[in-house]
Design a protein around this ligand. Structure first.
Ligand SMILES: Cc1ncc(COP(=O)(O)O)c(C=O)c1O
Length: 364
């Protein structure tokens, strides 16, 4: 490791956050959402640390195979199902559960020869209007898959849906979606799943048999901007860290970086940190975005470059080359940085690039 950039991943915090999900959804099984390389935290180490999860959810066969190859034995669900008929039989070889959300997937299932059983989650569009069958169609879909089971080719059937606005507790869509889901699925006693992190934390009535937390496991708040993970008892898992690689005394009126977008208002110290959009630090983070230098909050100054940023060190005049910098994580919430950058913590985490080594620790 030459450049001082790294993402420390605290596996103890991850496990703690899973225990929060378990406590909040007592009585439900927990399917940990580890797609997108576990939201940038590292798929296999995260799944191995979450050995107490009841199942995992991913979005591609490749992710699922990585988990199986690493010895993960829990159930694994392909959240978007398969993308071709060919993938179906591979998914069964790897003992994966499938979402079926559209007619094409249903036909692939019907065309698959053999009698290997599988768990199929019928996805219902209760209001997100992204994936899933409309509630009026969903019963017919259910019956078609049930007929396959009767012919020895189907598997266990389950219901699922996804919330569009659970991050806003005042939003009426959540009640509407819930009512549609209960209306459709209430009678048959089949396992059901609907809750993402936001619903899990705020809507006990949406937990059903399986909850599907993602972002809360990584310690960030799933709620609207303004709350952090710590506000909802979660612990940050990823700390994106680097160091100061230069400290300069600039003169009043000096302009910093590309586009000369920031002007020094006085003679002042300016630090250069080894982090940039090549590492996944958001290029659109504006001047003023908080950065921690030796535990002191200082503002980003000027444009984010590929490998560097400048910081205004007037609050930290003793700062020296080699000093620790936290971009988000320990002492500085990803949510606060995301809010400045006009994005969400999910995108910050997923955006950390492969050149940033993930360093796993099991400390508190
Ligand atoms: C279908 C589905 N379920 C659950 C989740 C987890 O959501 P969150 O990370 O907000 O908990 C996602 C994430 O996008 C999802 O697509």
């Amino acid at each position: 490791m030459t450049r001082p950039v790294r993402a420390d991943i605290n596996l103890q915090a991850l496990r703690y956050n899973l225990s929060v999900a378990r406590d909040k959804a007592a009585g439900s099984q927990v399917m940990a959402v580890v797609k997108a390389d576990a939201y940038g935290h590292g798929l296999v180490p995260v799944a191995q640390a979450l050995d107490e999860a009841d199942a995992f959810a991913v979005v591609s066969l490749e992710e699922a195979v990585q988990l199986r190859d690493a010895g993960i034995r829990q159930d694994i669900l392909l959240l978007e199902g398969v993308f071709s008929g060919q993938e179906l039989s591979d998914s069964i070889d790897y003992d994966l559960q499938l979402v079926v959300h559209c007619e094409e997937q249903l036909r692939w299932l019907e065309a698959l020869p053999g009698d290997r059983r599988r768990v199929v989650w019928v996805k219902v569009d209760t209001g997100m209007h992204r994936l899933g069958f409309e509630p009026q169609l969903a019963r017919e879909v259910w019956q078609r898959i049930k007929r396959l089971s009767a012919a020895g080719r189907g598997g266990e059937l389950r219901w699922m849906s996804h919330f569009c606005c659970a991050d806003d507790p005042a939003h009426p869509a959540t009640d509407e979606q819930l009512a549609r889901f209960i209306d459709l699925t209430g009678a048959d006693g089949a396992p059901r799943s609907m809750a993402n992190s936001a619903a899990l934390l705020t809507r006990a009535d949406a937990n059903f048999d399986w909850v599907r937390p993602g972002i809360m496991l990584y310690g960030a708040s799933p709620m609207l901007p303004g709350t952090t993970g710590a506000d909802v008892e979660l612990r940050a898992v990823m700390s994106l860290r680097s160091r100061l690689i230069a400290v300069h005394r600039r003169r009043k009126g000096d302009m910093l970086g590309y586009g000369q977008s920031w002007k020094c208002p006085q003679d002042m110290p300016v630090g250069v940190v080894a982090i940039g959009y090549g590492d996944g630090y958001p290029r659109h983070a504006p001047s003023g975005t908080p950065v921690l230098v030796n535990g002191t909050q200082v503002p980003l100054a000027g444009r984010v470059s590929m490998d560097m940023i400048c910081v205004d060190l007037r609050n930290a005049p003793q700062a020296r080359v080699g000093d620790d910098v936290v971009l988000w994580g320990s002492g500085l919430s990803a949510e606060a940085v995301a809010e400045h950058a006009g994005t969400i913590s999910y995108e910050l985490f997923c955006g950390v690039t492969p050149r940033v080594p993930r360093i796993y620790t099991i400390t508190d």
